[in-house]
Ligand binder design. Structure first.
Ligand code: ASP
Length: 324
């Protein structure tokens, strides 16, 4: 057979193989990379949906934690993975902010991934170690301004949601604080509980049980409305700091080149997980809720990521904060 005929036969074979591959999908276990430590808020969301997606897909979706560099290490690992539907990434708003924060990112965010869908928008809470002195949010703001040299603020690295919220907080107060980076806010919470760091912004998916248990102090939520789980906590908007309003949206991605049928199948499994009573209840207990089914789609996530990159770019450039 001539080379051109051979190449023709190969491409026809791969063309014919693609739909069959998608029909058989998934034939084995799927790895969901969470780009932060185990035990943190992104991990909590990942494990909740992975379990229910496994039931729908008939194959295990196992979570692998790849923390570090504000989520960019885990995202970079998925960007390089085989686009076969067996490696997915569950990430949050950091997917959009890292694009500007890192001038030497190892991947092109809008070129390196395909999309499955949005998952949940999680509020953040500004919290402190339990014996932090101020009694309420106005007193907290005054205290932080007056003691800026000695207060430490934990985050999960540049590009993390906690970093973004902390950056907005420091900008609003016009004070720099000493920041302490972790591979996720799971370990940061351990240090907050132990009193090794003073304050942090973190998703309700990590802070709710601790706030209710009285093991940390909470000062304000970053949503425009108060939360059902904490009706007594003021919002940053009420407190006159609307620039701190931020919701930590989460999405699921696949490496660029993943067959469209596979992304659709994953999106269907995601929608089924988000409609599950147990998932809805678990999220409600953690101060959040699944997105509506029409947002748990590849198109909605792609549009949202593009809009969020455009939204945060000028904010980050004004702050002049970069990872390099
Ligand atoms: N909450 C973390 C963040 O600041 C990430 C995590 O550990 O899930 O982005």
């Amino acid at each position: 057979m001539s080379l051109s005929k051979l190449l023709g036969a190969v491409s026809v074979a791969s063309f014919l193989a693609a739909p069959a591959f998608a029909q058989d999908y998934p034939a084995r276990q799927i790895t969901m990379v969470v780009p932060f430590s185990a035990g943190g808020p992104t991990d909590t969301v990942g494990r909740l949906v992975a379990e229910r997606m496994s039931a729908d897909l008939g194959q295990q979706v196992i979570v692998e934690n790849v923390g570090g560099a504000g989520g960019t290490l885990g995202a970079g690992q998925v960007a390089k993975a085989e686009p076969d539907g067996y490696t997915v990434l569950l990430h949050h708003i950091g997917m959009a902010t890292a694009e500007t924060l890192y001038r030497n990112l190892a991947y092109e965010t809008l070129d390196a991934f395909d999309y499955v869908g949005l998952v949940t928008d999680v509020p953040m809470v500004i919290v402190a170690r339990r014996d932090f002195e101020p009694a309420d949010f106005p007193a907290f703001v005054d205290y932080v301004k007056a003691n800026a040299d000695s207060i430490t603020m934990a985050n999960a690295g540049i590009g993390a949601a906690s970093h973004l919220c902390g950056m907005l907080f420091m900008q609003a107060l016009d004070v720099p604080l000493v920041t302490v980076p972790y591979k996720g806010t799971g370990p940061a919470m351990t240090d907050l509980l132990g009193g090794q760091v003073d304050i942090m912004c973190d998703q309700t998916t990590n802070t709710t049980q601790q706030i209710k248990g009285g093991t940390i102090k909470a000062y304000a939520v970053t949503t425009p409305e108060r939360l059902d789980v904490f009706p007594d906590l003021p919002t940053v908007v009420e407190a006159g700091m609307p620039s701190l309003e931020v919701a930590i949206w989460h999405g699921i991605y696949t490496p660029k080149g993943t067959p469209a049928e596979v992304n659709q199948r994953l999106s269907q499994a995601l929608q089924s997980a988000l409609a599950d009573e147990g998932v809805i209840k678990a999220m409600a207990d953690l101060g959040t809720a699944p997105v509506a089914a029409e947002r748990a789609t590849p198109e909605a996530l792609k549009a949202h990521l593009e809009a969020e990159i455009a939204r945060w770019q000028p904010v980050i450039e004004t702050a002049g904060v970069y990872a390099d």
